[in-house]
Design a protein around this ligand. Structure first.
Ligand code: MLT
Length: 249
């Protein structure tokens, strides 16, 4: 079952859906939006269970989260859009590419990967679900520091975003990420433009995962950012926007 998502819309131009990562909400995109609004009609949803969107009982997959985006586009009367996803948002954008290809104009993959979880990572997610069940979102507050190479500058804002999330949505997303499938074949088969932006200091998703995506789809544009960690949209918004503008339009 799909859910109606809360969203914000601004700018003019080609439709671009910005898909936030874990455990965040649409305000994550605030630093990037001023650089995109001149050329893109930016549609910025809260994913199910995050921000102002309703939560569903855990047990859904990233495909269901992608289906929410497909329905949102249909409801807005937009036949096809670009999608740019950060981290988990990239996993969802790739699931969208697999299931709703006719609605896709192109992809931005920011601090993300197409590979599925290795078994150890999957186990950590299940352990984290148990911790969130027990302690609420404070079990994932430490993510704020891991999301950036410059925690002094960015962690306070990220911390605030994480703190207000719904534990049910956090657990649902952890399970959906743990059970996601390999999206490398999906990526390799794409004929729409693809832009990959990755921080070279990303400690959550190493830059090798971005290079692996570029190898799977040599036509993709890859920008590697020195000194940047897991969150190019807030750590290097101008360069991230420039890559999307040049590579997608
Ligand atoms: C994210 O930033 O969305 C998550 O770190 C992704 C992940 O845990 O794989």
């Amino acid at each position: 079952m799909t859910l109606a998502l809360a969203y914000h819309r601004s700018g003019r131009g080609a439709p671009l859906v910005l898909v936030h990562g874990f455990p965040l909400d649409r305000t994550f995109w605030n630093p990037l939006l001023p650089f995109l609004r001149e050329r893109f009609d930016c549609i910025v949803p809260d994913l199910r269970g995050f921000g102002e969107s309703p939560a569903a009982e855990p047990g859904y997959g990233l495909e269901d989260m992608a289906a929410d985006l497909s329905v949102l586009l249909t409801e807005l009367g937009i036949s096809a859009a670009f999608l740019a996803g950060h981290s988990m948002g990239g996993y969802i954008a790739l699931a969208f590419a697999r299931h709703f290809e006719s609605q896709l104009l192109g992809l931005g993959l920011l601090g993300t990967q197409a590979a599925p979880d290795v078994p150890e990572r999957r186990q950590i997610r299940y352990d984290t679900i148990a911790q969130v069940q027990r302690d609420g979102v404070k079990a994932v507050l430490g993510m704020a520091e891991k999301l950036t190479a410059d925690p002094v500058r960015h962690a306070p804002t990220l911390h605030q975003i994480i703190q207000r999330q719904n534990p049910v949505g956090v657990m649902g997303a952890l399970r959906a990420m743990a059970e996601r499938s390999d999206s490398l074949p999906t990526l390799a088969a794409l004929s729409v433009p693809v832009v990959i932006v990755h921080g070279m200091q990303d400690s959550l998703v190493p830059v090798e995962r971005a290079r692996e995506m570029k190898t799977a789809l040599p036509a993709a544009h890859l920008l590697e950012l020195p000194g940047v960690g897991h969150s190019p949209p807030c750590e290097a918004p101008e360069q991230t926007a420039q890559a999307l503008l040049e590579g997608l339009l």
